[in-house]
Design a protein around this ligand. Structure first.
Ligand code: ADP
Length: 190
């Protein structure tokens, strides 16, 4: 099984690049942000809860997020592997994911970390706000909050997988094709 974590700050290109990788490696793509947004659209209880955090640029609580993610993985018993996009976002989520996947005998194969400078991230998110319809992209204060939360709570997850020898840093600036190629060669080295 090939289980990849696609990692990086908001606006790093995780969603865009996932689309290419899913195709190339026949993996199941699980984006916690997408799943939360689908729940908001469907007006579920989970969506209502998640929305209050997302609109402020805060993380949805770990217990809620972990339970949701595990339920999603369990919906795909025949998967050849997964791309986890936007998860794990805290060290508690990483520990939970490791324990869950070890129980299934298929641990994380590698973490691909897209590195993009902060001014470029803000420019991309501002541009995305024009078409995404995402309230968390439209408000610069919320964008800043998401970046701050990334530094405080999410960046330590890279150290978690570096300690396991699984971290692959990828330059996330360049053409879409160049970045896909960098990801491909990192994956092929795993
Ligand atoms: P981006 O990476 O551009 O911020 P996402 O779609 O990955 O976009 O996430 C949007 C929001 O969804 C986050 O700001 C957060 O509120 C919530 N979210 C997504 N994934 C997680 C997670 N693993 N843990 C907690 N909250 C999450």
């Amino acid at each position: 099984m090939l289980n990849l974590v696609l990692f990086g700050p908001p606006g790093a290109g995780k969603g865009t690049q996932s689309a290419f990788l899913v195709e190339a490696y026949a993996l199941v793509h699980l984006s916690t942000g997408d799943i939360f947004r689908a729940n908001i659209k469907g007006q579920t209880d989970l969506g209502q809860l998640a929305q209050s955090y997302m609109n402020q640029g805060k993380l949805v609580p770990d217990d809620v997020t972990i339970n949701m993610l595990e339920a999603e993985v369990n919906k795909h018993p025949d998967a050849k592997g997964f791309i986890f996009d936007g998860f794990p976002r805290t060290t508690a989520q990483a520990a939970a994911l490791d324990a869950f996947l070890e129980g299934r005998g298929a641990p994380i194969s590698g973490m691909l970390s897209l590195e993009v400078p902060e001014d470029e991230l803000k420019a991309r998110l501002t541009k995305r706000a024009e078409t995404s319809g995402r309230p968390d992209d439209a408000d610069p204060a919320v964008v800043q909050k998401r970046i701050d939360v990334y530094h405080a709570e999410t960046a330590p997850v890279a150290a978690h997988y570096a300690a396991q020898g699984k971290l692959h840093a990828i330059n996330g600036v360049g053409s879409l094709e160049d970045i896909t190629e960098r990801l491909r060669s990192a994956i092929d080295s795993i």
